[in-house]
Design a protein around this ligand. Structure first.
Ligand SMILES: Nc1nc2c(ncn2[C@@H]2O[C@H](COP(=O)(O)OP(=O)(O)OP(=O)(O)O)[C@@H](O)[C@H]2O)c(=O)[nH]1
Length: 307
């Protein structure tokens, strides 16, 4: 139906680039890629090998995908990022952000110069990738404090509990609640209440270790999950955090709106500290224990951690 020239023109008009790659990683041909918003002219790659173009770590990954597609003979769909620093010899000329692609790879049923080969269609999905990252962030992070939200805490607790069941690694959990937030809200305004909640989050980020997982459990309740931590170590960390929060709150102008001389004196947190234990059926058991200990801390006069 189409002449050879017309077929060639149709291939070149394809918006996404189509790479014909041999088993040894040679660019046998490149078609399409006409959407110049996303793709540069790649014709200079023809005849070159992936290992000549990309740094070893990336080149190995590309070669592995070619092998997978050739072995399965099925359509293989992969996602990958390419940064300017992944391309050999680009220097500072490449893009400064990672560009994300979806690769659709299919083995060809003929050989090219005696080699097996695949067709690899690369689509720029950076915009979608960015949107997905934003949505993931929104679904996992508490908007007010920037800590993990309850939903991502639950996922983390479930994973850590599975690890505990398999390896019995000590894992401590602190559940704490800001004392008298209602009084702060009523006396100093809701915005000041919000400010104190953010202050607590800052203290968590500053005073806990990188492996500790801090989350806003809801309202003025927070949970700190401390993997590979004994209760003794966790108690030390919890007390350090409590003192840091008391000290940070001390620097806040927590004065009554009606009477500026009337400062709110009660500043602190009450917490319950527990750990996964052999008899627990699920992570909910340890949260339940920490909750009862938190209640005890409130009963005993607040601004303390019960273990
Ligand atoms: N400012 C602010 N207040 C909140 C937020 N979420 C919940 N609160 C308020 O926090 C208060 C929590 O109340 P409680 O924990 O029961 O009581 P409390 O005043 O902190 O007193 P104790 O916990 O008994 O020491 C409620 O008045 C909620 O309305 C928030 O995001 N911002």
């Amino acid at each position: 139906m189409f002449s050879t020239e017309q077929q060639q023109a149709i291939f070149q008009a394809l918006p996404d680039p189509v790479f014909i790659l041999t088993r040894s990683g040679r660019y046998a041909d490149i078609l399409g890629g006409s959407d110049s918003r996303y793709y540069h002219d790649g014709s200079m790659l023809i005849g070159q090998k992936i290992e000549d173009v990309l740094i070893p770590e990336k080149a190995d990954w590309f070669m592995l995908q070619i092998e997978r597609a050739l072995a399965s003979r099925q359509l293989l769909v992969v996602e990958y990022g390419l940064a300017g620093s992944d391309v050999k010899g680009l220097g500072n000329d490449g893009p400064d952000t990672v560009i994300w692609f979806e690769g659709r790879i299919q083995a060809l049923d003929f050989t090219i110069d005696g080699e097996d080969a695949v067709v690899w269609v690369a689509s720029n999905i950076s915009a979608r990738h960015e949107l997905e990252a934003q949505l993931r962030h929104k679904s996992e992070i508490d908007e007010l404090t920037g800590l993990h939200n309850r939903r991502s805490l639950m996922v983390q607790l479930r994973n850590q509990f599975s690890l505990f069941q398999r390896y019995q690694t000590q894992t401590a959990i602190l559940l704490f609640d800001l004392d008298f937030l209602k009084t702060i809200n009523d006396s100093c305004g809701h915005l000041m209440g919000d400010r104190v909640l953010r202050l607590i989050a800052d203290c968590c980020r500053k005073h806990l270790r990188e492996q500790d997982f801090s989350a806003r459990y809801g309202g003025d309740e927070f949970v700190i999950l401390m993997p590979q931590t004994s209760v003794e170590q966790a108690e030390h960390l919890a007390q350090r955090l409590r003192l840091a929060i008391v000290s940070a709150m001390g620097s806040q102008p927590l004065h009554s709106r009606n009477n500026p001389n009337d400062a709110i004196k009660e500043r602190g947190i009450s917490g319950g500290l527990s750990q996964f234990s052999a008899g627990d059926a699920s992570f909910e058991d340890v949260i339940g224990r920490a909750d009862r200990l938190l209640y005890m801390a409130k009963q005993q006069g607040r601004n303390r951690i019960c273990v």
